[in-house]
Ligand binder design. Sequence first.
Ligand SMILES: [Zn+2]
Ligand SMILES: [Zn+2]
Length: 137
Amino acid sequence: MDNLTTIFREKKLKLTPQRIAVYKYLQSTKEHPSAETIFKALQPLYPTMSLATVYKALKTLVEVKLIQEINLGEGNSRYDGNPNPHSHLQCVQCLRVDDLEGICFQNLNDEIKDNTDYDILYNQVYFYGVCSHCKNK
Ligand SMILES: [Zn+2]
Ligand SMILES: [Zn+2]
């Protein structure tokens, strides 16, 4: 908790129970949940928290780069408690999202820069496939 207080203070963020709850939930999972999933998971603990509040807390946390928003083209965003650049894999059957470990695409930024007149700020690389669970069904 101390750690979280420090992090929020550094970002000049007010430590509201909603923000803490959303942030902690994202730290506790690797499943890249949507706002709805986070809302449903937190509802038993925070019965007065609305979906709009969850969205607002997520937006703030993304803005201060404590979490990241990932958009896999499903129409709704997923959220990731790990704000560092990394790539993702999505299963086209069950829609689960996993982190792609061990391969980094940040060096692509320089390559793109050399081939265009853009200064590259970041990239998001997604891979789509069938996860081992769905493959074995
Ligand atoms: Zn799957
Ligand atoms: Zn991730």
